[in-house]
Write a protein that binds this ligand. Structure first.
Ligand code: NAP
Ligand code: ZN
Length: 355
């Protein structure tokens, strides 16, 4: 492991058990274009869980997860004009890209073939990137987001991945037309933000969930208009053919048939969840209703800033369970069981040094 001058401390998994334990490492010196951030909060995304357990076969250990980072700027490089020391900022899923290819030129860095993820990627200097379950991070200013005044640092952190991953497809696939009917499959971190964004866009929003116990909160707290239990035949029957779009945020292998049956003719099913195995594609309901299935990832930097500003304007943040760093392994066990309301956020600033 390369040794740099900026000492860092965090939580790493060292094997497929996924258990996170204290880990000392270092960050590169703050370069001319860099911003050093003291991390205050980091959301716990299901992708972190997939990654520490090597669900996707891509993990290089040790891995320090975390790509829903919020904090304050402590250092800036000579070329940094966008930020000053003390600014409230965030970092999401990516920390670099080639900056020159077609997609980068279109502000779609998340689709750049040379994109560098916030963790578990090889950085430009050949070292591994380590994520936000740690006390500090050094990031090129282009990939740093500004927190609007009324977006809190704790409940706002999950917007950096969960928020943009549902906002970006909503914009791209035209799910922003007031009065249209959006289904949100899976009421977890991504799903609950999708409900809030859908309501802010003026949509009718129906949650499609395996967890009947989330119904009351979905309707009364998150503002959903309806709730379909995906294992309940009567619920499915009643909602059949009523939805214009569905965002599928489900983290595990599941059947697409019930979701396709909920769509109207010409309806769109957009999958953002990343189960560890392929899903079966039911062709008949797709063809019969001239329906469409699409995918989407976590968006570019410009759109991420737009999403944060939109959330600021509409008072949108995540519903979080704030945990200490030493509670992370218990939180991961609960996340695996879809038992979180609706995002764990690690109180890095107040607890990482006590590990
Ligand atoms: P999460 O908080 O765990 O939420 C996922 C929800 O899926 C659960 O709350 C549960 O909702 C539902 N679910 C889980 N297992 C299920 C099963 N076996 N069958 C049916 N439903 C099930 O996870 P998240 O952080 O929102 O992430 C969701 C997925 O998106 C993950 O796979 C993650 O890796 C992926 N992701 C993708 C991107 C991207 O760029 N496309 C970005 C971030 C995350 P109910 O209890 O309501 O059923
Ligand atoms: Zn994520």
């Amino acid at each position: 492991m390369a040794e740099f001058k900026q000492k860092a401390f965090g939580l790493a998994a060292t094997d497929t058990s996924g258990v996170l334990s204290p880990f000392h490492f270092s960050r590169r010196d703050n370069g001319d274009d860099d911003v050093t951030i003291k991390i205050l909060y980091c959301g716990v995304c299901h992708s972190d869980l997939h990654s520490v357990k090597n669900d996707w076969g891509l993990t290089q250990y040790p891995i320090v997860p975390g790509h829903e980072i919020s904090g304050v700027v402590t250092k800036i490089g000579n070329n940094v004009e966008k930020f000053k020391v003390g600014d409230r900022v965030g970092v999401g899923v990516l920390v670099n890209s080639c900056r020159t290819c077609d997609v980068c030129q279109q502000d779609l860095e998340s689709y750049c073939p040379k994109m560098i993820f916030t963790y578990n990627s090889t950085d430009k200097d050949g070292t591994m990137t380590y994520g936000g379950y740690s006390d500090t991070v050094v990031v090129d200013q282009h990939f740093v987001l500004r927190f609007p005044d009324n977006v809190p640092s704790d409940a706002g952190a999950p917007l950096l991945c969960a928020g943009i991953t549902v906002y970006s497809p909503m914009k791209y696939y035209g799910m922003t037309e007031a009065g249209k009917h959006l289904g949100v499959a899976g009421l977890g971190g991504l799903g609950h933000v999708a409900v809030k964004l859908g309501k802010a866009f003026g949509l009718k929003v129906t949650v499609i969930s395996t967890s009947p116990k989330k119904k009351e909160e979905a309707l009364n707290k998150l503002g959903a208009d309806a709730f379909v239990v995906s294992t309940d035949a009567a619920d499915l029957q009643a909602a059949m053919g009523t939805m214009d779009f569905i965002i599928d945020t489900i983290a595990a292998v599941h059947s697409l048939s019930p979701l396709l049956s909920l769509l109207k003719m010409n309806g769109k099913l957009v999958t953002v969840g990343l189960p560890d195995k392929p899903l079966n594609l039911p062709i008949f309901p797709l063809v019969a209703g001239r329906k469409m299935i699409g995918g989407s990832d976590f968006g570019g930097i410009k759109e991420t800033q737009e999403m944060l500003d939109f959330c600021g304007k509409h008072g949108i943040a995540a519903d979080i369970e704030l945990i200490r760093a030493d509670e992370i392994n218990a939180a991961m066990v609960r996340l695996a069981k879809s038992d979180v309301r609706y995002r764990f956020v690690i109180d890095i600033g107040n607890s990482i040094s006590n590990l």
